[in-house]
Design a protein around this ligand. Structure first.
Ligand code: NAD
Length: 337
């Protein structure tokens, strides 16, 4: 492979902001075709004639798709996101496909969004905004609680979890954390590592910052919810599958869970990032979630800051250059990572 190889790339699930940042940052010699479609078996034929593809969180890069890519001469999958649960890495290895991700672009962007969910649910600014637009200046039923001195449980203290811990310490919270790997730097700041059960049972607010994998699927289920404090606030900005949505709905109905803030949802690939405002909602779980006054849902926008989008495009393009140069790259993901 020559160092100056020119690539024709297909970007899937693209929005206007993807074009904006990639067009600014890319080497003009490379050609990018932006598809709005998600990559899946049904759309894989769009990859014909490409040298590589770039996908996002809800594309489906399963064995059949990878086999199709391989049969069409493609050896490169760029992920413009951190999580890689949407790619069958075993299959990628079997078909000599190089897969790269963007492990850290702005952990603060996602951590700050988790905090936005907490503050909105707690202080009900979304309700106040709507009330005041209708000249309703009543503050009845807008009572929140002080974050100062509350216990905040953080599950997963990687890059985003660490940024989140720092912010919550700044609010005066007592931060309890659970992770397989403890970070000395966080301990020095006052974070207390505990086992998962203690983290879940002693926290007023629980925020999930671990990846989705076989071990963490439905980490939050009925059994674990039972050990939580009554009226707990649950925040998920990681991946929808960490939470058993049916179990959480039951707990919301019984007021065991007092607040739910989610930026991700188990079945989000059928809904998120698109405008369905003129269609009939078929997803019964999200329909039920929308009926609760203490549930706040955002559509996977934790990463959506100028800073993060700029970094995502630059790191994705650096990964591309590593592939072209045949250089080893820390951002490459393989089965077993
Ligand atoms: P990271 O790899 O830096 O950290 C993940 C942490 O989770 C690690 O410290 C790891 O040891 C820990 N972990 C793994 N398995 C665990 C388990 N069973 N229990 C507890 N901890 C466990 O990842 P990150 O950059 O901090 O991202 C975290 C997650 O956030 C990603 O996996 C991704 O799903 C999600 N994310 C969401 C958005 C968004 O827009 N909402 C954007 C980026 C990332």
């Amino acid at each position: 492979m020559t160092p100056d190889r020119i690539m024709k790339l297909g970007f899937f699930s693209t929005k206007s902001y993807d074009r904006t940042y990639f067009d600014i940052n890319k080497d003009p010699r490379h050609e990018i075709i932006y598809f709005e479609a998600r990559l899946m078996e049904e759309t894989a034929q769009l990859c014909e004639g490409l040298d590589g593809i770039c996908v996002f969180v809800n594309d489906i890069v399963n064995r059949k798709v990878i086999e199709y890519l391989h049969n069409h001469g493609i050896r490169l999958i760029l992920l413009r996101c951190a999580g890689f649960n949407q790619v069958d890495l075993e299959a990628a290895g079997d078909y000599q496909m190089k897969v790269y991700r963007v492990p850290a672009y702005s952990p603060e962007a996602v951590a700050e969004h988790a905090v936005a969910l907490i503050l909105t649910l707690n202080r009900k600014t979304h309700k106040a905004y709507n009330r005041i637009r209708e000249l309703n200046f009543s503050v009845e039923k807008l009572i929140g609680f002080d974050l100062n001195e509350k216990h905040v449980g953080v599950i997963g203290t990687g890059k985003i979890g660490t940024a989140f811990c720092r912010i919550m310490l700044g609010f005066g919270c007592k931060v309890l954390a659970y992770d397989k790997y403890e970070q000395e730097e966080l301990k020095k700041l006052g974070v207390q590592y505990v086992d998962l059960l203690t983290c879940i049972s002693e926290s007023d607010i629980i925020s999930l910052h671990c990846p989705l994998n076989e071990e963490t699927k439905y980490l939050i289920n009925s059994q674990r919810i039972q050990s939580m404090k009554d009226g707990v606030m649950l925040i998920n900005t990681s991946r929808g599958g960490l939470i058993n949505t049916k179990d959480v709905i039951k707990a919301l109905k019984h007021q065991k869970i007092g607040y739910l803030g989610i930026d991700v949802y188990e079945q989000e690939e059928k809904l998120f990032f698109e405008d369905y405002s003129e269609t009939i909602l078929q997803d019964e779980l999200i329909a039920r979630l929308l009926t609760f006054p203490n549930v706040l849902i955002t559509s996977h926008q934790g990463f959506l800051t100028h800073d993060a989008l700029d970094q995502i495009s630059k790191i994705t393009l650096d990964n591309l250059q590593c592939f072209i140069d045949g250089r080893p790259c820390d951002n490459e993901v393989k089965a077993g990572n």
